[in-house]
Design a protein around this ligand. Structure first.
Ligand code: SAM
Ligand code: DTB
Ligand code: SF4
Length: 321
């Protein structure tokens, strides 16, 4: 039932289904493959912020753009573990550490990250990292330290990619994903909408994701957070309905994946988010901050879960089917 041979035309047809019908179809598939009462709760921490040599046009952490962020070097292990413990106490089961690096280098900073991975794993949380490009050996070192998942997004379609990033290629990204998979680490890979792409680009990105030899275990769908000082700061705000369309299409073509309603929640009402959960989203980031930008508070999210009757998915749980 899990297909890796979706065609562009099939995905386009799904994406263009009238919205209410699309949500109904996605919700039906969601019920078949997932426990719809559960939402995975993940927390992000930027362990190294800003000063990144890359030119990702959306990103406030690229050194070349003049943005107002709190630049800092790699945090100490203890600070990170303290934050992870707080996130755990607030109900989070996955802890994701992000670094503004182009790639991992084999140096003392990487050794410190490996130590952080061990520490978070010992807290009983699923540990995730997003550190840029990785080779096979580095992926294996992370796996040996207890890494559960690695996030590395395609961001957009191959065709639109060159408008957004010129300092590394689409194939570099696919190679990193392959290295992560080979090390037996869970793959987290999705993208961003609102980068000035066309509907065809969104469909093409979903085509690439759903035609990977194995679907990503989780697929974050981000709405561009427009940050002052980045080249994309003046793009129009993503239409909420487009997030619903993306989430529903992702759920239909990759039914077993966790679909994460990622950047963009700070600008959504509770009813907007409820429709995203109905359309198949079953994962969120909680905590006041994503990496550098705002997110709803733990308290607001707790209240939302109460009202919508949702509960946090436990850590290390296998997929239902
Ligand atoms: N430097 C590493 C890398 O690029 O792989 C890891 C951190 S990077 C900030 C992780 C992801 O965050 C990016 O691939 C992108 O999808 C997302 N992201 C960054 N800035 C964003 C923004 N302003 N709005 C939405 N998503 C964003
Ligand atoms: C993902 O897809 N979204 C997260 C996580 N993976 C690393 C990052 C969103 C970043 C939003 C902008 C910021 O806070 O700096
Ligand atoms: Fe650097 Fe990652 Fe931001 Fe690109 S997305 S500028 S690689 S931190």
């Amino acid at each position: 039932m899990i297909r890796h041979d979706w065609t562009l035309d099939e995905i386009k047809e799904i994406y263009n289904t009238p919205l209410m019908e699309l949500v109904y179809r996605a919700a039906s598939i969601h019920r078949q493959y997932q426990d719809t009462a559960e939402v995975q709760v993940c927390t992000l921490l930027s362990i190294k912020t800003g000063g990144c040599p890359e030119d990702c046009a959306y990103c406030p952490q690229a050194a070349r753009y003049n943005t107002d962020i709190n630049v800092h070097g790699l945090l100490k292990k203890d600070e990170v573990l303290e934050y992870a413990q707080k996130a755990k106490e607030a109900g989070s089961t996955r802890f994701c550490m992000g670094a503004a690096w182009r790639e991992v280098r084999d140096n003392r900073d990487f050794d410190r990250v490996l130590d952080m991975v061990k520490g978070v794993n010992e807290l009983g949380m699923e540990v995730c990292c997003t550190l840029g490009m990785l080779n096979e050996e580095q992926a294996q070192k992370l796996a040996d330290a207890g890494l559960f998942a690695y996030n590395h997004n395609l961001d957009t379609s191959r065709e639109h990619y060159g408008e957004i990033i010129t300092t590394r290629t689409y194939d570099d990204r696919l190679q990193t994903l392959d290295n992560v998979r080979k090390a037996g680490v869970s793959v987290c890979c999705g993208g961003i909408i609102g980068l000035g792409e066309s509907h065809a680009d969104r469909i093409a990105m979903l085509y690439t994701l759903s035609n990977l030899p194995q679907h990503p275990d989780s697929v974050p769908i981000n709405a561009l957070t427009r940050v002052k000082g980045t080249p994309l700061e003046h793009l129009p705000k993503v239409e909420f309905w487009d997030m619903v369309k993306m989430i529903a299409t992702t759920r239909i073509i990759m039914p077993k994946a966790m679909v994460r309603l990622s950047a963009g929640r700070a600008e959504m009402s509770m009813s907007d988010q409820a429709l995203c959960f109905m359309a198949g989203a079953n994962s969120i980031f909680t905590g006041e901050k994503l990496l550098t930008t705002g997110n709803p508070s733990f308290e607001e999210d707790h209240m939302m879960f109460e009202i919508l009757g949702l509960k946090a998915r436990e850590a290390f749980k296998e997929a239902v089917c």
